[in-house]
Every structure is written in C-alpha cells, then in structure tokens.
Design a protein around this ligand. Sequence first.
Ligand code: ATP
Ligand code: MG
Length: 252
Amino acid sequence: MVVIAVTGKGGTGKTVISALLIHFLSRNYNLLAVDADPDSNLPEALGVKPRKTLGEVREVFQESRDEMGTMNKEQWLEGKIYSEAITEADNFDLLVMGRPEGEGCYCFANSLLRGVLRKLMRHYDVIVIDTEAGLEHFSRGTIGGADYVVVVTDMSKKGLSTAKRIKELSSELKLNFKKIFLVGNRMMNGMDEEIRKFSDEEGIELLDLLPYNEEIVKLDIKGEPVVLIDENSEYAKKVKKIATRLVGDSNG
Ligand SMILES: Nc1ncnc2c1ncn2[C@@H]1O[C@H](COP(=O)(O)OP(=O)(O)OP(=O)(O)O)[C@@H](O)[C@H]1O
Ligand SMILES: [Mg+2]
C-alpha cells in the first residue's frame, strides 16, 4: 500500500494535481481517493457525485449510539461507511471526510473511526489524499499516516513558506512521512529559479514544475472535471511521470 498526501497553501492546485494523480494511477492500481479538505471539491474535479461524508456518518453514529445496546459499534460504523460513504467510481473508490465534528465528546466515535479507516485503507494498493495545509487529519490521527507528502506551491512567497512550515510541522508532530516532495504549479516561463533554490536550501526534493495550463482554466469555468484534460498536453504528461515516480519509488 502506498499513501500519497497532497498538501500546500490554499489555491495552489492541490485538487487539480490530486485528481489527475487519481485519474492516472487508478488505471493500474486498486485506488482509494480521499478528500480530506473540509472545503471539499475533489469529487467535482474527478467528475464524481459523492455520497455521505465520513463526518455525516459520524453524526448519525453519535445520535444513535445510545440506542445501539450491545450491538458491535465498530462493525456498525464499518458497515455504514461501506454502504453510505464510499462512492464507487468507474476505476476507484472515493471517501470524503467532510467537516470536523461539532461541540461535544466525539472521542469514542473518533477512536472507532481510526480503527475502521486503517482497516479500510488496507484494501487498496494506492491511496491519494487531497488535504489542507494544516495536515489536520494526520495530526489528529484520523488518518494513520502517509508515505509521501507532495507539497504544491505556486510562484508566491506564501506558497513556499507554507511548504517550509509543512515540513517543520511534520517533524514536530513526528508524522514519520517517508519523504516530502515539492511540486511547483501554474509556473510561468523563466520563473523556476526561486523554486529550485528553495528546494535546495530547504532540502525538499523538487518533483517537477508544472506549467500554467489554459485548458485547466477553461474546464474549471465550464464546471467540467479537470480529468478531461488532454492527455498529450505537457501538463498531463508531467503529472503521469510524477505518478509513476511516487508509486514506483515505493517498490524500490
Ligand atoms: N496549472 C494550472 N494552470 C491554470 N490554472 C490552474 C492550474 N492549476 C490549478 N489551476 C486553477 O487554480 C485554481 C485552484 O486550483 P485547485 O482548486 O486545484 O487548488 P487547491 O490548492 O486545491 O485550492 P483549495 O486550497 O481551495 O483547495 C482552480 O481554479 C484551478 O482550475
Ligand atoms: Mg482543493
């Protein structure tokens, strides 16, 4: 199993890159896509209509747990997640985490969920997680861990400082990722230097620099999924290469 988490500053292209990684990798691997951004939009990028979020299932559990009596609550949660939260797309499954819980004590629900999620994840070869920059699900332990973290940055200082903070955060919290990579996105010609320098100085290996792509903008404005992008475009080819690199890396 290879777990890839895509993170970075808001608006840098995490969802676009996650969706394309999922699109290409799901042709060769049994894949679970996870939308771990509370402001979820991975399903739209993939062109998939999502079912319930994990958060919604947790709410139902919270409301009905007193009436469950001696029923095995972990089994109940597992069943509910499969029957109501996992969306089966053509080539992959999708799980949307949803918003964090409200007031009250969710410790029991969350500790059961952790177990169920770990078990569920083991059914897949590859898991791609579109997440926010705070790595919330990893710091809380909802999602057990990731092998590779791909930090997406654009050509902004803020994008780079977020990348640096993610690296620091992951060592502070001892998240034990195998490796943190950097990807530059929406690049303009001749603007690579700063990002290359940053990658060297901070020791965050640069996977690639992805160009600004007009088709992505057009698909977005038309409300069409980004996975319809021309596969022969430089952009798609570069993401395919990243996909092979990440999953290939785990085997050797
Ligand atoms: N290489 C690119 N060229 C042109 N537009 C792009 C490119 N990458 C992403 N975009 C556009 O930039 C916007 C932000 O991309 P995306 O939603 O993937 O970022 P995000 O990091 O997931 O954002 P959020 O933090 O809101 O989840 C979208 O409108 C997307 O279509
Ligand atoms: Mg996003």
